[in-house]
Design a protein around this ligand. Structure first.
Ligand code: IPM
Ligand code: MG
Length: 329
């Protein structure tokens, strides 16, 4: 019986989560998945109330769960998602930017960013000395090897062959190590090694997109992912998974969107698509495909929120996705 933890978080998080729970129930029912869901809290609101953004019981629940679906946390994101990624060793940040039929997406855009998720500039180690601040950027052979291995294997599974290692090895020592490790892993996994400097990759992402999969270090992946979001209609359509060897936390790439929080217009699709990734990761491939199909159909029918050209509200979009799941239309 899969046990999943749900973390609504702050801002638009609770309204999105509330609308998405019935969708999760519907897909679980339809596919006979005996899903057990537990809601836990984390984020700014909890910190204000209890002095801690990631309460120990939430952390332990995430650790024990088969998988977690989190919407978004606000200013305390650094205190919530970074420790979860690091302490649970969720070393992959899988970010498939695939366009759905919404008017502000580029048709056919499909680039997956496989972002290293535990090291690089995110080790949270450094110091300030007077007018100087130092952030350490740690790149290890082990960290590079496992993310590259995941990236090439993912590409093989998804039948994608244009895989690029993206780095800045003309300047950074860590990137030289990363590039060399990726090059050997590519060979071992039966791929031609292709690589690109991150600045060039940003331009090519906007121009001719020679890649299906980008494997890169932590901060570069963070930045390129938001750039990729611009081609699929924005962050409201962008799901992700923080994935380790035996645990995973799925979350939309977007944040808490304080400007629209409480207005009921936030786009629930990124969370629904993150749930699809969660089901796929748990081995429920048909449930995942079914969810993605329902989102696709909802987009085609214009059952969408204003950020992607629609007129519906959060709950209506989720309710339509649920109806499409049930009707199998
Ligand atoms: C993301 C976010 C996070 C990151 C922040 C909120 C810590 O931007 O998941 O892309 O930088 O990884
Ligand atoms: Mg980001």
């Amino acid at each position: 019986m899969p046990r999943i933890v749900l973390i609504p978080g702050d801002g638009v998080g609770p309204e999105i989560m509330e609308s998405v729970i019935p969708v999760l129930e519907a897909v679980a029912d339809k596919h006979g998945i005996p899903l057990q869901m537990e809601i836990h809290e984390a984020g700014d609101e909890v910190k204000r109330r209890r002095g801690v953004a990631l309460p120990e019981e939430t952390f332990q629940a995430v650790r024990r769960a088969d998988a977690t679906l989190m919407v978004a946390v606000g200013e305390t994101a650094r205190e919530v998602i970074l420790p979860i990624r690091q302490e649970l060793d969720l070393y992959v940040n899988l970010r498939p930017a695939k366009s759905y039929p919404v008017p502000n997406a580029v048709r056919g855009f499909d680039v997956t960013i496989v972002r290293e998720n535990t090291e690089g500039l995110y080790v949270r180690s450094g110091w300030t000395n007077g007018d100087t601040a130092v952030d350490l950027r740690i790149i290890t052979k082990r960290g590079s090897e496992r993310i590259c291995r995941y990236g090439y294997r993912y590409a093989r599974e998804m039948a994608k062959d244009r895989v690029y290692a993206v780095h800045k090895a003309n300047v950074l020592l860590g990137c030289m190590l990363f590039r060399d490790v990726c090059s050997s892993v590519a060979g071992e996994e039966g791929f031609e090694f292709r690589d690109m400097y991150v600045d060039a990759a940003a331009m090519r992402l906007a121009m001719d997109r020679p890649f299906d999969v980008i494997i890169t270090t932590n901060m570069f992946g963070d930045i390129l992912a938001d750039l990729a979001a611009a081609y699929i209609g924005g962050l409201g359509m962008y799901p992700s998974g923080n994935i380790g060897d035996d645990n995973a936390v799925f979350e939309p790439v977007h944040g808490t969107a304080p400007d629209i929080a409480g207005k009921g217009v936030a786009n629930p699709m990124a969370t629904i698509l993150s749930a699809a990734m969660l089901f796929r990761w748990l081995g429920y491939r048909e449930a995942a495909d079914d969810l993605e199909r329902a989102v696709w159909r909802a987009c085609e029918l214009g059952y969408t929120t204003p950020d992607v050209g629609g007129r519906m509200r959060t709950w209506e979009v989720s309710a339509r996705v649920r109806d499409l799941l049930n009707s199998g239309e």
